[in-house]
Design a protein around this ligand. Structure first.
Ligand code: BGP
Length: 459
C-alpha cells in the first residue's frame, strides 16, 4: 500500500457545524425545511464550529491522516448577488490551516446538500440559473481556499439528494414528481461539470472529483428479464451519475427510455458539450449497501428511502422497470434496516475500476446505531466488525489491481443524521448531546481504527 494512502473519517457541514445563524451565515434549505416542519434539526449539531481544533487533534491522535469535510454555501455567499461572507471564509481557512498544521489532508466537498434558501426560493435545482450560481460559488471556493486544498469534490451524492428531494419527497424541497427529479438531476450534473470546467480553466492545484452514493446492483437470478431489470436499476442507482461525471455522457438507453415518458426539452446541446468536456479526476464512493433486484411484477412506483425518519430500508419499485427486494434470507441488517454486505463493496469496486479506470476513494462507510454514550467508553464491537469486513473487502479489491487511494469512515464523531436526528450514531467518537459542552469520548472503534491504520489495513 502506498504511503500516501488516506486513512480518515468524514463529516458534512450541516451535520456537524451547528452555529446555523452565527457570523452572518444565511439560511439553507435544510434550516428552513426542518424549522418549518418542526423536525429535529442541526441548529447546534456537534458544534464543530466551536470544537474544530479539539476534534482535529483527536482525529490526528487516532492515527488518521485525512479529514473529509464540506463547505456550506450559505456560510460563504450571502445572497444571489454573490456577496462573500468574510467571516465564513475565515472559519474555513482556520479549519483547513489546522488540518495542514497537523499533516491532515483535507478532502473538501463543495456541496453537501445545504443549498442557500435564497436559491431554493428561485426554484432550487429545477432552475437552470442555479447550476451557474453553483459554478460562481465553486470559483470563490477555489480562489479563497485553493492554496490549502488538493482534493476537491463537486457534489456529495447527487442521486440521494435529488431522488429524496424531488421523487421520494422526504428531503427538502419535498416534492414527489418524477419529471422534476429528471430536471434536477440534469441541473446537478451540469453544475458538477461547470465546477470542473472553472477548476481546470483557473489552473488551480490538485484534483477534482465527485462523490457518489454507491449501490452495486445484484440480481435474484441470471434470467434475461432479471438482467434487463438490473440494467434499469444500475442506470437509476449509479450510471446517471458516474457515466455522466466520468465519461461525459448520460447513458443513452436511459435517455431513450425517459424520452418515452417525460419531456426532455430542457436539455441543451451546448450544455451537453460542457458535460462531455469536463469529466472528473477521481471518484469517491460512499458505500452502505448493495441493491438486490428482480424484474418488475406489479404495483405502482414506490420509493421509500431509509432516511424517512422512522428507520426501515430503501424500498424501490419503478413500474415497468425493476423492484428492489429485501427478502434475502441470508442477509444481515443493521437496526435501521440497511443490509450489511461487504462482498457487494469488493465486487462493486472492481466493476467501477474496470469501467472508468479512475482513482477511487471510499469517501464514506459506516454503521448507524443507537448507543448509550453516558458510559466511559462505548463498546462498539459491531462497528469494529463492520469496518473490519469492509476494509478487508477494499484490500481484496486492491490486491486485484483496483487503484484505491483512501478510506474514510463515516463519521469522525457523532453528528446529525438527516431527518433521523442525533440518535442515529455513526461516530468513531461519541458526543453526549445532553451535556452543556457536548462532551466528546472516543469509542472502542476509534482505538481499533488507529491500530488498523498503523498496520496498513491488515490486522
Ligand atoms: C450519506 C450522506 C451522509 C450521511 C450518511 C448516512 O448518504 O452523504 O451525509 O448522512 O449517508 O446516512 P443517514 O444519516 O441517513 O443514516
Amino acid at each position: 500500500m502506498n504511503k500516501d494512502f488516506l486513512w480518515g473519517s468524514a463529516t458534512a457541514s450541516y451535520q456537524c457545524e451547528g452555529a446555523w445563524n452565527l457570523d452572518d451565515k444565511v439560511e439553507s434549505m435544510w434550516d428552513v425545511y426542518l424549522h418549518e416542519n418542526n423536525l429535529e434539526n442541526g441548529d447546534n449539531a456537534s458544534d464543530f464550529y466551536h470544537h474544530f481544533e479539539e476534534d482535529l487533534l483527536q482525529l490526528k491522535n487516532g492515527g488518521q491522516n485525512a479529514f473529509r469535510m464540506s463547505l456550506a454555501w450559505p456560510r460563504i455567499i450571502k445572497n444571489k448577488e454573490g456577496e462573500v461572507n468574510s467571516k465564513g471564509v475565515d472559519f474555513y481557512r482556520k479549519i483547513l490551516q489546522c488540518c495542514l498544521d497537523k499533516d491532515i489532508t483535507p478532502f473538501v466537498t463543495i456541496y453537501h446538500w445545504d443549498l442557500p434558501q435564497y436559491w431554493e426560493e428561485t426554484g432550487g435545482w429545477l432552475n437552470n440559473e442555479v447550476s451557474y450560481a453553483y459554478q460562481k460559488y465553486a470559483k470563490i471556493c477555489f480562489e479563497k481556499f485553493g492554496d490549502l486544498v488538493d482534493l476537491w469534490v463537486t457534489f456529495n451524492e447527487p442521486k440521494w439528494f435529488v431522488s429524496s428531494g424531488y421523487l421520494i419527497g422526504n428531503y427538502p424541497p419535498a416534492h414527489k414528481n418524477p419529471q422534476e427529479m429528471i430536471i434536477a438531476a440534469y441541473h446537478v450534473m451540469l453544475a458538477s461539470a461547470l465546477g470542473v470546467k472553472i477548476f481546470k480553466e483557473g489552473g488551480y492545484k490538485g484534483q477534482i472529483g465527485i462523490v457518489h452514493s454507491f449501490t452495486p446492483v445484484n440480481g435474484v437470478d441470471d434470467s434475461l428479464e432479471t438482467r434487463i431489470a438490473m440494467r434499469y436499476a444500475d442506470n437509476y442507482c449509479n450510471n446517471w451519475i458516474l457515466d455522466t461525471a466520468c465519461q461525459g455522457e448520460f447513458p443513452i438507453d436511459l435517455l431513450s427510455e425517459l424520452n418515452k415518458k417525460f419531456d426532455l426539452s430542457f436539455i441543451n446541446i451546448k450544455e451537453l458539450d460542457v458535460i462531455k468536456e469536463n469529466t472528473v479526476d477521481f471518484i469517491g464512493l460512499n458505500y452502505y449497501a448493495r441493491a438486490l433486484i428482480r424484474p418488475y411484477s406489479n404495483g405502482e412506483t414506490v420509493l421509500v428511502a431509509n432516511n424517512s425518519g422512522n428507520g426501515g430500508s430503501n424500498k424501490v419499485i419503478i413500474k415497468d422497470w425493476f423492484e428492489q427486494v429485501f427478502d434475502d434470507p441470508d442477509a444481515i441488517y443493521t437496526e435501521w434496516g440497511t443490509e450489511i454486505c461487504p462482498l457487494g463493496l469488493e465486487q462493486g469496486l472492481k466493476e467501477v475500476w474496470n469501467k472508468y479506470h479512475l482513482p477511487l476513494y471510499i469517501s464514506e462507510n459506516g454503521i448507524g446505531v443507537r448507543e448509550d454514550v453516558t458510559v466511559d467508553e462505548v463498546q462498539d464491537d459491531y462497528r469494529i466488525s463492520y469496518m473490519n469486513d469492509h476494509i478487508a473487502a477494499m484490500m481484496n479489491a486492491m490486491d486485484d489491481g483496483v487503484d484505491m487511494r483512501g478510506y474514510f469512515a463515516w463519521s469522525t464523531f457523532d453528528l446529525y443524521s438527516w431527518k433521523n436526528g442525533c440518535e442515529k450514531r455513526y461516530g468513531l467518537v461519541a458526543i453526549d448531546f445532553d451535556t452543556p459542552n457536548l462532551l466528546r469520548k472516543p469509542k472502542k472503534s476509534y482505538y481499533w481504527y488507529k491500530e488498523i491504520i498503523e498496520s496498513k489495513g491488515k490486522k
